[in-house]
Design a protein around this ligand. Structure first.
Ligand code: KIV
Length: 280
């Protein structure tokens, strides 16, 4: 089965077909998303928070990302898999960016990478694209800059900030990015950016008029107990189901009602009789 390519994603925008992207971090979850038909999976550095329990994405390493990306790639046949470049693997120099993004494709098996930042990242994006590495941009709220931004806040709310975001999006497109994530951007501004760009915009907390949407796996399934952002919708309550199932399991083990014969392995009568003879 052919993988969804960056050209397929751009063609979806051309046809007005919305792109439903999700994050995933492991083999089994990725396999379920792929089976359901999700065209693009982001192995987000959000894994630092939802999988590893850090309070930000900053501690995530390239090795963490490669480990999880390999699992997601093994679980998928059709989805395009994007590795989210972690903090300080691409910001210090273009050489760092090339080396680490190269590892994403060579060692992780990803089909493209995502980097945070707008116009300031355009030269890096252009060099990655020249090297044959497709790049997804990410502007608006960029969680790797959380210490500079000072909190998880909506971006582009003043006229000057909105113009900056529009220019960032254009700079990424001109540098050769194949798509751009808009995170926590007012819906009306996302609409303008989406109309202005030929490449798809993928929104998270950026309103309905982006060309696609992305949700974090644990948010969309109600599995992250620490916090639910306003822009996340629980499409299922898996977290609650896990708690209920665990309580039921504990009760059945304590009562002795699990396991039953059905979950046990039988031994034939003759072997059992022989065993009694030799042990008595
Ligand atoms: O790390 C992540 O999951 C992301 C998405 C929120 C876009 O960057």
């Amino acid at each position: 089965m052919a993988r969804v390519s960056v050209h397929d994603l751009k063609a979806m925008k051309g046809r007005g077909e919305k792109i439903a992207m999700l994050t995933a971090y492991d083999y089994s979850s990725a396999k379920l998303l792929d089976k359901a038909g999700v065209p693009i999976i982001l192995v987000g550095d959000s894994l630092g928070m939802v999988m590893l329990g850090y309070d930000s994405t900053l501690p995530v390493t390239m090795d963490d990302m490669l480990h999880h990306t390999r699992a997601v790639v093994r679980g998928t046949q059709r989805a395009h898999v994007v590795l989210d470049m972690p903090f300080m693997t691409y910001q210090a120099s273009i050489e760092d960016a090339l080396r680490n993004a190269g590892r994403a494709l060579q060692e992780g098996g990803a089909m493209s990478v995502k980097v945070e930042g707008g116009a300031a990242m355009a030269e890096t994006v252009a060099r990655l694209v020249q090297a044959g590495i497709p790049v997804m941009g990410h502007i608006g709220l960029t969680p790797q800059s959380i210490n500079q931004i000072g909190g998880y806040k909506v971006r582009g709310k003043t006229p000057a900030a909105a113009v900056r975001l529009m220019n960032d999006a254009i700079a990424l497109e001109q540098a050769g990015a194949y798509a751009v994530v808009l995170e926590l951007v007012p819906a009306a501004l996302s609409k303008l950016i989406s109309e202005r760009l030929a490449i798809p915009t993928i929104g998270i907390g950026a309103g309905p008029d982006c060309d696609g949407q992305v949700q974090v796996f644990h948010d969309f399934l109600g599995m992250y107990p620490d916090f639910t952002p306003k822009h996340a919708k629980h499409f299922a309550e898996i977290g609650r189901q896990i708690t209920e199932a665990t309580r039921q399991y504990i009760a059945e083990v304590q009562q002795g009602s699990f396991p039953t014969e059905q979950e046990s392995y039988a031994m034939d009568e003759a072997t059992l009789a022989e065993l009694f003879q030799t042990t008595s």
